[in-house]
Design a protein around this ligand. Sequence first.
Ligand code: SF4
Length: 461
Amino acid sequence: MLLEGDKPREACGVLGIYAPGLDVARLAYFGLYALQHRGQESAGIAVGDGKRITCHKGMGLVSEVFTEEILRQLKGKVAIGHVRYSTTGESSVENAQPLVFHYRDGMISLGHNGNLTNYAELRKRLAAEGVVFQTTSDSELIVSILARSSQSDPVEGILRTMGEIKGAYSLVIMTENRLYGIRDPHGVRPLCLGRLDRGYVIASESAALDTIGAEMIRDVEPGEVVVIDESGITSLRCHYPSPRSLCVFEFVYFARPDSVIDGLNVQRARTALGRQLAREYPLNADLVIPVPDSGTSAALAYAAERGLPFCEGLMKNRYVGRTFIRPTQEMRDLGVRLKLNPIREVLAGKRVIMLDDSIVRGTTSRKIVQMIRDAGAREVHMLVSSPPILYPCYYGIDTSRRGELIAARHDLAEIRELIGADSLNYLSIDGLLAAMAPLSPESFCSACFSGRYPIDVSGIG
Ligand code: SF4
């Protein structure tokens, strides 16, 4: 049982460290710790010592997969790390990353955040050419194509591979003594570059850089390949110019509020979402409460803009992760209760505005609304700081299949009825994109709201 409610689930977080003389495995461990929210199914770290690559990975949280003893054995000057929630491929240790392969010129390791949209076609083609796969993940295809590249210069091989793979990918790749950071030509998933006293870091989010004391240099640009080795940083661009399509959901829900993506701080964006919501739906009530934690910044901004009291009306148990202990039938509804508990003293007799960042299947919203009513609230008005999710994501986020999306099957009045709220309102798409200023609306993917997919998805089986 996953106790994440029915939120979209992030696919992965990646991290790379090049720092001869430092404990790269330990730095990777703490960097991954900061990226844990991006994937909780498996974690792994691979380390290169100049001669070979050693890797440890397993199912579970970073803190469950690694021990002091394991970290001590991972010695080297370059490391990559990965946390995963599976979007293609099964949830099994074979699909855990980093993936490590032997190829013509030595060893190579890869960590991938995103999803290839031409996976089926590529796999069929490679299988016909006799390639045997160890995993069912699309990430292995990238290594296969890369390893088969006839280029003697690895960077040329990477650039050619980028010409064959389509979709969303932020990659960290490592050989025994070199680190590469690669972002797809649309820049769908984030990737940034930082500096340590004696080395460099590449990470999905800048919060990971802060955590290990690295200073942010800049974002890796869409279509860019960053190479880090003993001669420093080299940057190359692929020759497949594409419109920038950064995932807007990173700002709505996935990324940490303390991260900065393509120059925009996530907390600032969420605050702007709350203000925009107040402009679109200026409701009156006794208080505003967030669904913690991802609804908090927008709820605070909404309350401030409307001059209403902001209160914590739901207490979150921060120590609930995943549990494989199945509840009995009578305990089915406990899932949400284990994670959130209403504060009766705050809610009793009140007209409550409850603000959440998104609704996927609606099952959790229904339970939370009921919980707030059971705690004595007189009215429950639900506001959502993103538009209705109408379409699935094919770029590395598990938003569920279309048939499971409540907004794809019901209109606003029906959803309100189903979740049991007195009123329900979602932010408009224009409002969402306007809140991303100074980044322009054209620079985002918002396909799960609009159905306008920036990268062809017709090849997805
Ligand atoms: S479809 Fe939605 S979740 Fe997927 S990349 Fe685009 S904005 Fe992000």
